[in-house]
Design a binder for this molecule. Structure first.
Ligand SMILES: [Zn+2]
Length: 84
């Protein structure tokens, strides 16, 4: 099966589908050859988002990850209790 060739939208490097990072956002498929190119693009993207909207989005994303961390911590606490 031939993989599709993709081009990193940040640095122009050509790579095969399945490698790199793909993000679908705003009706676009954004492809990057590496995480660092994706990060570069996302940092720039943040500057163009309405700051009020961004504030709300950051708050929601923070909450999501904080809850995930809490769950992880509780799960590892339970594991420790089981061991002792
Ligand atoms: Zn790149």
């Amino acid at each position: 099966m031939a993989s599709r060739k993709l081009r990193c939208i940040v640095c122009g490097r050509v790579f095969y589908e399945g490698q790199g990072v793909k993000i679908v956002a705003g009706g676009h498929e954004l492809v990057f050859h590496s995480k660092s190119c994706a990060l570069k693009f996302l940092r720039s993207l943040l500057l163009y988002i309405d700051q009020k909207e961004l504030e709300r989005a950051v708050k929601n994303a923070l909450k999501e990850f904080e809850e995930r961390l809490k769950e992880l911590e509780e799960a590892s606490k339970k594991r420790i209790e089981k061991v002792y």
